[in-house]
Design a protein around this ligand. Sequence first.
Ligand SMILES: *Cc1c(COP(=O)(O)O)cnc(C)c1O
Length: 356
Amino acid sequence: MKKHNFYAGPSILPEITKEKTAGAAINFAETGLSVMEVSHRSKEFVAVMDEAQALVKELLKVPEGYSVLFLQGGASLQFLMAPYNLMNKKAAYLNTGAWSKKAIKEAKFFGEVVEVASSADANFNYIPKGFEVPSDVDYLHITTNNTIFGTEILSDLNVSVPLLADMSSDIFSRPMDVSKYDLIYAGAQKNLGPSGATLVIVKDDALGKMERPIPTILNYKTHIDNGSMFNTPATLPVFACLQTLRWLKENGGLEAMEKTNIAKAKVLYDELDRNKLFKANIPNSEDRSLMNVTFVMTTEYAGLEKEFLEFATGKGMVGIKGHRSVGGFRASIYNAMPVESIEALVETMQEFEKMN
Ligand SMILES: *Cc1c(COP(=O)(O)O)cnc(C)c1O
């Protein structure tokens, strides 16, 4: 049976990414060796790193004066690396869910955190708006897509302090104005490649201003000065990321991705708004994530949750169980998710509606 992969992360990748990575696992760049067994300093691997960094710059139109890095440790390490490098005494955080909270927890090791707004009062089912950012903070940190709750900040914020963003689950899903950010980071395993690589885009001028000493490996400068090869990079994951970046470019880049992603999400949200058994978790349509669609069964049919999960599993739907902090269901529909899989989920929901 065809499997439809709605996992939130690690998650669906383009077929070509998997095929090329499988090939390079045996014979990488005609070396006769696996990408797992050649030196990261070999000319073949250096070419991979160079092209991956160049494609990130090209696809996101990264301006001059920014560096692109492929680090390890996931977005979770960036929760502390960001304040280590960019927060002297005080920083502002927008609290839009579980990942924001984890970022806030780490920042508190480095100074005072001002929570400018929070949607905790409604279990994070909306994006707070119209909040004030104190002018004396070192930066404002946001989570652009809330993978667990299914909300997304769909346009770049305008703020008068430096902006930092965890874009783990929506990077490359639409064009973004990188010049508005001092730091962008993303674990690869949602929209780019396998886990093990973390993409960092940092404004060079923002660095070097800390009063504290920064341990070598946690200093962005170290990685910039060493071409993202201060220590051994995650060679196979970076190779796989490169294949996805090439795929993004061949498929029209981020403008095309955005168009497709809007159309894809609409198929599912329209059904959730129509089907009497289900409803979208996020009431306000402008806050609804294009990447992670969270939904529940309407009060009248809430007892059918387990039954639907089994029914959908029988139809090849994988990974649609909601996160334990939200309940219900979550369909993650990242860039690589074909519209056919979303249509298959919608058909499954319609069949289940007829049965009940
Ligand atoms: C998955 C996720 C993380 C955690 O990423 P790791 O790479 O596992 O550390 C952080 N932020 C967001 C928005 C995520 O979706």
